[in-house]
Design a protein around this ligand. Structure first.
Ligand code: ADP
Ligand code: AMP
Length: 236
């Protein structure tokens, strides 16, 4: 099963993607997490990405597409994945479609696609993507969520100081590392990220709607209720 999570920054894509990954035993692939891991390790990619992330801007498509395609070509993605934070622009969505439906240049090694009969839904609908789930939350709620978000830069877990607090304040439940307010979650950057979202990412809702794979969920509910709505879409 190949799933894309759509929604504004802070809508709860990552929170739900992790739960989906666990229930359906597929990897959670977050381009934001990949960039943050590279920033932490001070790689060349990380240093380049940081310039954009700190300003609330998108990392250029050339860079982002390459890291995403490298990641989904790995063995653990053979039976599907849940993409969180990718695509964020129409060109990114088009490259993804071409890479996974056309299997051009052998970018993906997943042989199951090639063995499917021509015209089967998995090769024609949404370029191999089964579901694009839009987690819908109003901008006013987003700002509150982002200022309360605390992230573990070691294992990628996220919390919210009010709604989803860690057991011990400031410490990750999963790995015991210190939790931080991400630089790009500071209020001055959040508004800019929302503007970027409306301009460059929101058009993807229409893009996947036209392909017939868009599913909407109300992301302003409690996280368990959001997840139940998603499971109702994906199936038990
Ligand atoms: P995204 O991946 O879309 O940027 P996150 O999953 O990191 O968003 O969620 C943003 C913040 O909101 C986090 O602090 C998270 O713990 C919190 N959050 C996620 N889902 C909900 C929810 N349904 N209700 C309240 N807070 C939530
Ligand atoms: P996220 O963790 O998904 O909120 O992403 C954090 C930041 O990483 C974004 O604000 C962008 O600067 C960058 N980023 C993550 N994914 C992408 C993408 N698909 N395209 C461009 N930039 C991205």
């Amino acid at each position: 099963m190949k799933i894309i999570m759509l929604g504004a920054p802070g809508a709860g894509k990552g929170t739900q993607a992790k739960m989906i990954a666990e229930k359906y035993s597929i990897p959670h692939v977050s381009t934001g997490d990949i960039f943050r891991a590279n920033i932490k390790d001070q790689t060349e990619l990380g240093m380049e990405a940081k310039k954009y992330m700190d300003q609330g801007l998108l990392v250029p498509d050339e860079l982002t597409v390459k890291i995403l395609l490298d990641r989904v070509a790995k063995d653990d993605c053979k039976n599907g994945y849940v993409l969180d934070g990718f695509p964020r622009t129409i060109p990114q969505a088009e490259v993804l479609d071409e890479a996974i439906s056309g299997n051009k240049d052998g970018i993906l090694t997943d042989s199951s696609d090639a063995s499917k009969p021509a015209g089967s839904p998995d090769t024609e609908v949404g370029g191999g993507i089964d579901f694009a789930i839009n987690v819908d939350v109003k901008d006013e709620n987003i700002v509150k969520r982002m200022s309360g978000r605390r992230a573990c830069l070691k294992c990628g877990a996220t919390y919210h100081i009010e709604h989803i607090p860690p057991k011990k304040e400031g410490i990750c439940d999963k790995c015991g590392s210190e939790l931080v307010l991400r630089d790009d979650d500071k209020p001055e950057t959040v508004q800019k990220r929302l503007n970027v979202y409306h301009e460059q990412t929101q058009p993807l809702i229409d893009y996947y709607n036209k392909k017939g794979i868009l599913k909407e969920v109300d992301g302003s509910q409690d996280m368990k209720d959001v997840f139940s709505a998603i499971v109702a879409i994906l199936g038990e």
